[in-house]
Design a protein around this ligand. Structure first.
Ligand code: FAS
Ligand code: PHB
Length: 388
């Protein structure tokens, strides 16, 4: 089999890249390890930056998002001193849209099907070859058969655990990592959301987040030790702990119900540089991971795909400059989001080894955010998304 761009990974990065390239007349093949049902069963991100919304519209998958997405003009933060709001719209004239990653992926699959895209799922033993030549190729198993795809370019959209990043020689890659000493226990429930907007809570018992997917589907998280397992938490125990960490006036009115999804996500900050090796390019979680505190993961995948699709489209038209610049251009925005996600995580969580001094600094950071318009504008700028 031969194509122009072979994409490894059928998550949001891979599907969005394939959609944008196909709309520009470039042939793609997407290789996905899991079944489509498995990919669509993942509960991940919930908040889209405006840049992501506009990119999805340009990709032709904005219709349902525009109908069902919920625009939020600000967010609430809760501390020992009470709850306060950061008004994105008032501070910088920007907003975010609440629309689950699962729905983004569903819309992308539908659009790719309508475009008769070649998406090969349930592949295994994916291996990348001859990346530093002009004739790279991918081998894999599917349906018990060994197969090969020759391509002009290969893009690794295969997430943190995929083979693409590892295909770059270890001495050619620099990796930066911070692993956080806690995880997020997340619950999805068919209940009315706790509030109109998201609530990020800093509490002595640990961080909590009240989010949502739509007016009848809520998404909640609480910080838990890395030693916890989701099966150790009954629904009742989760709701009790969440109530303790949310402001009393919110906890009183909390609608609870059976969890329809319950899982623990570890938190890490991770970047690999460069995001290219010969004719292999990396995009999304294959190249970087952020703690979900800043709602950046999916949004960074979108800006990578924006830059990379521009570069590939120009390269196939004879101008390779944007493709040459891809890694540096993407990493500039990635590191800005890394900083913001680290900062949000550092001011909202309880760290097992934190000192009294650390605690006072955290309180001072939160007080600045509560009382300084310039601090709120800076947070709003980063949360709603830095320009592409
Ligand atoms: P993905 O990991 O989504 O997709 C990679 C795809 O590659 C997968 O479908 C995988 O099956 C496939 N793949 C892997 N190895 C392969 C192989 N060998 N061959 C073929 N295919 C292969 N972000 C937020 O903004 N907010 C959140 O609340 C949030 N919560 C998260 C919770 C969890 C548990 C995780 C893991 C991530 C979370 N994220 C969150 C980040 C998440 O949304 C990612 O940023 C987003 O999924 C990135 O999309 P992709 O780059 O496509 O990677
Ligand atoms: C979510 O709704 O899943 C969500 C929202 C904001 C975050 C993290 C997760 O910062």
């Amino acid at each position: 089999m031969r194509t122009q761009v072979a994409i490894i990974g059928g998550g949001p990065s891979g599907l969005l890249l394939s959609q944008l390239l196909m709309r520009a007349g470039i042939a793609t093949v997407v290789l996905e390890r899991q079944t489509r049902a498995h990919v669509l069963g993942r509960i991940r991100a919930g908040v889209l930056e405006q840049g992501t919304v506009e990119l999805l519209r340009r990709a032709g998958v904005g219709a349902r998002l525009d109908r069902e997405g919920i625009v939020h003009e600000g967010t609430m933060l809760s501390t020992a001193g009470g709850m306060f709001r950061v008004d994105f719209k008032a501070r910088i004239g920007e907003v975010v849209t609440v629309y689950g990653q699962t729905e983004v992926t569903r819309d992308l699959y539908a659009a790719q099907d309508a475009a008769s895209a070649t998406i090969l799922d349930e592949v295994s033993e994916v291996a990348l070859h001859d990346l530093t030549t002009e004739a790279p190729y991918v081998t894999f198993q599917r349906g018990g058969e060994a197969q090969r795809i020759d391509a002009d370019y290969i893009v690794g959209c295969d997430g943190f655990h995929g083979p693409s990043r590892q295909a770059i020689p270890r001495d050619k890659r620099t990796e930066y990592e911070r692993v956080y000493p806690f995880g997020w226990l997340g619950v999805l429930s068919r209940t009315r959301p706790a509030a109109e907007e998201l609530i990020y809570a800093n509490h002595p018992r640990g961080f909590a987040l009240a989010s949502m997917r739509n007016p009848t589907l809520s998404r909640y998280y609480i910080q838990v030790p890395l030693t916890d397992r989701a099966e150790d938490w009954s629904d009742a125990a989760f709701w009790d702990e969440l109530r303790r960490r949310l402001p009393a006036e919110v906890a009183e009115g909390l609608e609870t119900g059976p969890s329809i999804e319950k899982s623990i996500a570890p938190l890490r900050s991770f970047v690999t540089e460069p995001m290219r090796w010969g004719r292999l390019f990396l995009a999304g979680d294959a190249a970087h991971i952020v703690p979900p505190t800043g709602a950046k993961g999916l949004n960074l995948a979108a800006s990578d795909v924006h830059y990379l699709s521009e570069g590939l489209i120009a390269a196939f038209a004879g101008d390779g400059a944007a493709l040459e610049a891809y890694s540096d251009r993407a990493l500039t925005r990635i590191w800005a989001a890394m900083r913001f996600s680290w900062w949000m995580t550092s001011i909202l969580h309880r760290f097992p080894d934190q000192t009294d001094f650390d605690q006072k600094i955290q309180e001072a950071e939160l007080r600045q955010l509560e009382t300084l318009a310039s601090a709120q504008a800076a947070m709003a700028r980063n949360y709603t998304g830095l320009p592409y």
